[in-house]
Design a binder for this molecule. Structure first.
Ligand code: ADP
Length: 291
C-alpha cells in the first residue's frame, strides 16, 4: 500500500492538506486489517482487504453515512475509499477509545437511531454481514423480507456448507410457522446498525458512545437489541435507558432467539464448527415455543 497516495486522497476528499507523518498497524478486526495514519494534527483509521472487496467498503461507508445523518449516535465519519497496489481501502475518522460509563447514553441514543423509520423494509443497496452478502431488496412485508433475505438466505448457505439435514428441516418448519411470532406485533422499519455485538461499539476517550462496522438496513429494532445479547450483553443500564426511551414489546423475549438465529447461522457459514449445533439448539427452542 502506498500511504502517500492514500494521504493525497484524504487531502482531496477533506479539502484540507494532509502531510503524512506516520503510519502504524492497528492489527485486524474480524475481517479486515487496519492501519492508522497521522499527520497535520489529524489521524485516520484505514481498513484494508483484497481489491475485489471494494464494494464491501463502499457499503460500509454508505452505512456509516446513513447513521451519521440520523444524528443519533456518534459514528466514525467516512472519508474516502478506493483501490491501490492491489488492495481495497476504506478511510474513516480515527477515534480514540478508552472512555468508561457510556452504555447508559448508548441505550438512549440507539432508541433515537431506531426512531428513524421508513415505510418499507430493506435498504437502497446490499451490504455484508461479516464477509457474507446481506441482501436488502425493499419489501413492504417484514415477514417476507426476513423469510427470504435473512433466515432463508443463511439456511441455504448453511445447506451448501454441509449443516445437518435436521437443521435444514427444522429451519423449513420455522419458515412455515414464523408468522405466529408476529400475531400481536407489527414491527416498524427502523434504521438498524445491523451487526451490533459488543465488538462493534466503544466509548470514546471523552466518554461518548460510538458504533462502527455496521451492516445497515431498515428493519425491526428488536433485531439490533437481540444481537446485543448474543455474545454477553451490553450491561443493565443500556437496556434500562433503551426501554425508558422506547419500551420493547413483551414478545421480544421469544423473538430475540429467532433474530439471533440469523447471526448464529452466519457464524456457521463464516467459521463452521460448533455454531451448527448452537443453531440447532436455538431452532429447537423456538419451535418449542411455537408448539
Ligand atoms: P473489521 O471490519 O475487520 O471487523 P472493525 O471495524 O470491527 O474491523 O475494527 C476492528 C477494531 O479496530 C475495533 O474493535 C476497534 O477497536 C478499532 N476501530 C474500528 N474503527 C475505528 C475507528 N474509526 N477509530 C479507531 N479505532 C477503530
Amino acid at each position: 500500500m502506498n500511504w502517500n497516495r492514500i494521504a493525497q486522497q484524504i487531502a482531496a476528499s477533506t479539502g484540507e492538506p494532509f502531510a503524512l507523518e506516520r503510519d502504524s498497524s492497528a492489527g485486524g478486526g474480524c475481517i479486515n486489517s487496519a492501519h492508522r495514519l497521522y499527520g497535520s494534527g489529524r489521524s485516520y483509521f484505514v481498513k484494508l482487504n483484497s481489491d475485489d472487496l471494494l464494494d464491501m467498503f463502499i457499503a460500509e461507508a454508505e452505512g456509516l453515512q446513513e447513521m451519521a445523518a440520523a444524528h443519533a449516535i456518534r459514528v466514525p465519519v467516512p472519508v474516502c475509499y478506493g483501490t491501490d497496489s492491489g488492495q481495497a481501502y476504506l478511510v474513516i475518522e480515527n477515534i480514540e477509545f478508552g472512555g468508561r460509563d457510556g452504555v447508559a447514553a448508548l441505550g438512549e441514543q440507539l432508541a433515537a437511531l431506531h426512531r428513524c423509520t421508513k415505510d418499507r423494509f430493506g435498504w437502497h443497496r446490499n451490504n455484508t454481514i461479516g464477509a457474507t452478502p446481506q441482501i436488502n431488496d425493499w419489501n413492504d412485508s417484514w415477514l417476507e423480507f426476513w423469510r427470504a433475505q435473512r433466515l432463508g438466505y443463511q439456511l441455504e448457505l448453511a445447506g451448501r456448507r454441509g449443516i445437518g439435514s435436521a437443521v435444514l428441516r427444522q429451519g423449513e418448519q420455522l419458515m412455515d410457522a414464523m408468522d405466529m411470532l408476529f400475531a400481536d406485533y407489527q414491527p416498524e422499519a427502523s434504521l438498524l446498525h445491523g451487526d451490533l455485538w459488543s465488538g462493534n461499539y466503544a466509548i470514546s476517550a471523552d466518554g461518548e458512545p460510538v458504533i462502527f462496522d455496521p451492516a445497515v438496513y431498515y428493519g425491526d429494532r428488536e433485531a439490533d437489541i437481540a444481537m446485543t445479547e448474543l455474545f454477553g450483553g451490553f450491561g443493565r443500564s443500556f437496556y434500562a435507558t433503551y426501554n425508558n426511551a422506547w419500551p420493547l414489546d413483551v414478545g421480544y423475549k421469544v423473538r430475540k432467539h429467532f433474530y439471533n438465529l440469523y447471526h448464529v447461522l452466519n457464524h456457521f457459514n463464516l467459521f463452521g464448527g460448533g455454531y451448527g449445533s448452537q443453531a440447532q439448539g436455538m431452532l429447537e427452542r423456538i419451535l418449542g415455543e411455537l408448539r
